[in-house]
Each structure stands twice: as structure tokens, then as C-alpha cells.
Ligand binder design. Sequence first.
Ligand code: DGL
Length: 258
Amino acid sequence: MDGFNGYIGVFDSGVGGISVLKELVRELPHERFLFFGDSAHAPYGDKGADQIARLSRRIVGTMVDGGCKAIVIACNTATSAAADGLRALWPEVPIVGIEPALKPAAEAPENERILVMATAATLRLEKFHELARAWGSSSEIRTLACPGLADLIETGRLDSPAVHAYLEEKLAPYRGLVDAVVLGCTHYPFVKKQIRDILGPVPFFDGAPGTARQLHRKLEDGNLAAPALQRGEIVFRSSIEGDAQQALYERLFNLPTE
Ligand code: DGL
């Protein structure tokens, strides 16, 4: 990935990070972004922490070598498994991660019962336990690992019968029993409508806005922000070669958000 001097490298196990990229572009319209989806190795959420950290190191290494000035880990799973190690390896590069948005969900007093949907790895790793300890006293927190859901979203068929059947089976037991849903995997914002079809009009919380604000702060602090006259740009790359994958990434980026 050469020739990306001054770009911000953004990566995920696959298409999920595009939901974060949208927020980054909204917050920082003059920046240039290099998005990399590791769709060939998705899902990360069923893998062990060491393997996720290895895959993440490889991606960040090529982004930094290619000239990226900052990195966004647009994946809750990779943030939990790899963020500390990546920051230790590249201390000179701002590396911003994402975490399940339990804090804003729990801070709203009406959210007494919060359902956190995430990958098995995110829910297993220590970072989430810390978060749950910090916010678990103000609300009742239930966790729901969704193995297989990111794979369904990777196909790009967001309204397929398979997606509806999966969500119906997973979420029907929570109907009427949750006040808010934390989308703790960056793939899941692409199926908000399908989740509401089952749970009703619940409010959603995800980490993307917080990540975008944190990146903004880091760029300002490091004097790294793009000049206000620079034209923003996005380059999509994937570990699956070919036009179909590019087209999928662009289609998901351009999907209207609610
Ligand atoms: N999008 C990723 C996350 O935010 C994980 C999906 C996967 O399992 O690869 O956790």
C-alpha cells in the first residue's frame, strides 16, 4: 500500500469498518482516508486474540510503511485484541480504536435494560469486562454474542431471508425486554432496520461517533489535521481482490444512514 502519505488508514475485518468510515468523513471532511477491509480473513470475532493481533499488525505495518499519518481500528474485536500492542509498536503514530458504546447508553437514565450485541471475542476479552464493570451498576446489561452475523453482512445482502431468520432467532427472546441496544460490532449498524423489525423502535448506540471525535482530537493535538482547503478523498482496498468487492464497499459506504 504505497503512496498514501498523509492519509488516515482505517481498517476492519471486512465491510463493518465502513460504518465507522462514514462517521469519520462526516467529522473530518477534508481528510484523505485509506480504507482496508480484511474480508479474506473475516470474521475476526471467532478467532483467538493472538491471531487477530497478528492480522492487525500486518495491516497497520503496511499502512504506516505506505505513509499513513494516523490509524483507526474500525473494529471492536481488533481494538480489544490488538490496540495496546499496535500502540507499543508504533508509538509515533496516533492509533484510535473503537469500543462498544456502553457509556452513552448507560448515561441515559431511561436505559435501564441494555442489550450489547458483539462478537464472541469482544465479549470475552478484558476490555469489555472493564467497560461492564464501569457501567454495570447504573443499568442491567445483557450481552449477546452473534457468531455468524458479520459473515451474513459480508455478503452485502442485508435484507436476505437468512439475515431475518438469524436475527429473529437471536433477538425474539428480548422483545419488549430491552430499552436500548449497543451495537458492539461495526458490521451491525448495517442491519439496524432489520433489528428494529424484531425489537421495535429501540434506540441504538455504537462507538463510531466517539471514535471520530477522538481521531479529530488526536489530529489537532499532533498538528496533523489536513489543511481546510484540501479535498477529502477515500480509497477502498480489500484483501479480496476484484471489482465486485470494490463495488460492495462503495455501495455500503453510500447507503443512506438513518
Ligand atoms: N467488525 C468487527 C467488530 O467490530 C468484527 C466482525 C468480525 O467478526 O470479523 O467487532
